[in-house]
Design a protein around this ligand. Structure first.
Ligand code: CDP
Length: 206
């Protein structure tokens, strides 16, 4: 069973996907982490995340240790992730890993193109959204709790810029699959979103 959870930045996909995976006994893959790790590798080497040659090389040499780093969630990694994610060779380098992850035991995967490109035949597709204000407020609280001295305005600008770039890029743009269930979490907390999503999934699976 493959459950694809896509949507814009900080919509709550990760929290939701992790809980759904645990409830259904499926492995979970946060695909954003792959792009974040590629972006970090390029930054570490003093390169430009928008440089296709550097980004492709980083994507092709990604290791498990890169994904375990503690600095993949800050603003610099988010921006670099969005930049490398627009490069077709980077997406091509990461595609096989994602498909293999899901093919072994089934999985819940969250990202931007899971229901459109990675698993177009997924059993369930959720497109998770929330207003920009709600998403910025959640990400701001998350980063502050980690000790990141970021402002709400900066978080809001980062999310809006990434959504815009992710939606406008030619390679695997952020878009809901035609058969995705649209799921707006603006007025829901994490518990309510989880309960509602699980009910939708169970209803769809019969
Ligand atoms: O956690 P948040 O929603 O802020 O971001 P993320 O899911 O970790 O993704 C970081 C960036 O990676 C996004 O802005 C996208 O540019 C890119 N990404 C992508 O292109 N395709 C995916 N399947 C996952 C992430």
């Amino acid at each position: 069973m493959i459950i694809a959870i896509d949507g814009p930045a900080a919509a709550g996909k990760g929290t939701l996907a992790r809980r759904i995976a645990a409830a259904l006994g499926l492995p979970y893959l946060d695909t954003g982490l792959l792009y974040r790790a590629v972006g970090r590798r390029v930054l570490d080497a003093g390169g430009d995340p928008a440089d296709p040659v550097a980004a492709k090389a980083a994507a092709e040499s990604l290791t498990a240790a890169d994904l375990a780093r503690g600095d993949l969630r800050d603003g610099a990694a988010s921006k670099a992730a969005s930049q490398v994610a627009s490069i077709p060779a980077v997406r091509a380098a990461l595609l096989g890993f994602q498909r293999h992850f899901g093919d072994v035991h089934g999985a819940v995967l969250d990202g931007r193109d899971i229901g459109t490109i990675i698993f177009p035949d997924a059993d369930i597709k959720l497109f998770v959204t929330a207003s920009l204000e709600a998403r910025a407020g959640r990400r701001f609280a998350e980063l502050r709790a980690k000790g990141d001295d970021v402002s709400l305005a900066a978080v809001c600008d980062d999310l809006a810029a990434r959504d815009d770039a992710d939606a406008k890029r030619a390679a695997a743009p952020l878009v809901a699959a035609a058969d995705a269930i649209l799921f707006d979490t603006t007025a829901m907390d994490a518990d309510a979103a989880f309960a509602r999503a699980l009910a939708l999934i169970k209803a769809k699976l019969g």
